[in-house]
Ligand binder design. Sequence first.
Ligand code: XMP
Length: 513
Amino acid sequence: MTMQTILILDFGGQYGQLIARRVRECDVYCEIKPWTTPLAQMRAMDPIGIIFTGGPGSVYLDGAPRVDPAIFTWGVPILGICYGCQLMAQSLGGRVISAQEDTAREYGESRTYYDVSCKLFQRLPVQSVSWMSHSDYIDQVPEGFVSTAHTDTCPSAAIADERRGFYGVQFHPEVGHTEHGVDMIRNFLFDICRAKGSWTMGNYKNAVIAGLREKIGTGNVLLALSGGVDSSVAAALLAEAVGPQLTCVFVDHGLMRRKEADEVERAFAPWDIDFVRVDAEERFLSRLAGVEDPERKRKIMGDEFIRVFEEEAQTLGKVKFLAQGTIYPDVIESGAGSAAVIKSHHNVGGLPGHVEFDEIVEPLRMLFKDEVRRLGRELNLPEYLVSRQPFPGPGLAIRIIGEVTKEKADTLRRADFIFRDEVARAGEDKNLSQYFAVLTNTRSVGVMGDRRTYDYTLALRAVTTSDFMTASWARIPYPLLDRVSTRIINEVEGISRVTYDITNKPPATVEWE
Ligand code: XMP
């Protein structure tokens, strides 16, 4: 696949992925590589520009990440950010020293003054706020460089050698707190690296499909389809590329949300693929019978899933390619040097042990989550699949507290459907990261008509979060909660009380189990 590429060389900073997102948002393709990547490998990527990320180290210390000085002789423009800026300065003969408390050490927002005749800052205001996080600073710029920005405490907040196309910034243009940071990245990409901005999802889709056809040839491909966004988009991409050679095994474990399994099946009806839907509800429920411990439930769901998948796969005989919906954040090697992490798909429980295959194909391994969604739209997958909220691999098994039974699953499905329906009608779904109902194991006394009831308590959970590591309970409007509660009590037998969970993560988790 030939396309203009920006190489992001990762020195272990926190924002490597954010830089990549910013570049791609400008319709320019980029890849993150650890700083230890051999020079020949970088060269083979034929980048139109290179960005050095920040990093936790100090360039003057032994063992600090470095870069082969030959990189500065390629004639490719380089933008160094924070540690990357200091590294460039030091590698080219400048001096970087530790800032004393009261001098150039800066954390947080700093008023910054720019030389707008520098290409990196052209068309920007002469002063604005940048976001700094550094305790070292450039005391002496390298030969050929000039200082192109300063703050009240830092004389070289940015440096440049425009003749050679080398630029460095002490601050972080990729974070939202840096005013005009995105404009600086755009200037680097379009004015300095001469990017065309042709990396659109449509182009990418065509290129990936061509690549898949070439790689797969006449071989057969097997994919475990969970109905989640990643495996669905991977399936659609493969269906488009090599449809008749593709078998998708969709294990319906009976603990999906209402209508979900049918929706998945319907979404794939337009393609000429071998779509195998395995109705395994009874198998899963009988293994879950009597089990109350959440971790055991998870394990059972994972194990049984793999068992069913393997049984199906074995009826197909040997497959040449096993496809997985691994996405970019799961494969990026951090610049700090840790090994690549391959996602152990919760729904597949890792790679199946009893399926014979020659190779793995991971057609989404270069995409971020929202890019996967965009690609899904490009492939005409229905919106309900493409924009779906995360749903845990073990399904409703971990949203039914205590023992899981079919009756409880049906009750929860009805209530959860009402919650989702009302949230969508109110247009609140766009404001929520995840929202669902939990069937608690608590029963309480109620009164309906003239009758005493003693039924289950249902909990509603809705959170906002950007990374699911921390989450806030969502302030959804009271009238909406009121409608949901009234409908659930009226329409769902077996529930006599509805509560709303107002706990953040931490200390709580998103799911109840
Ligand atoms: P927690 O409950 O850990 O959830 O705060 C964070 C995110 O992970 C999802 N989750 C799971 N996903 N298998 C999955 O595939 C699991 O066992 C599992 N447990 C939690 C949860 O829905 C939320 O999006």
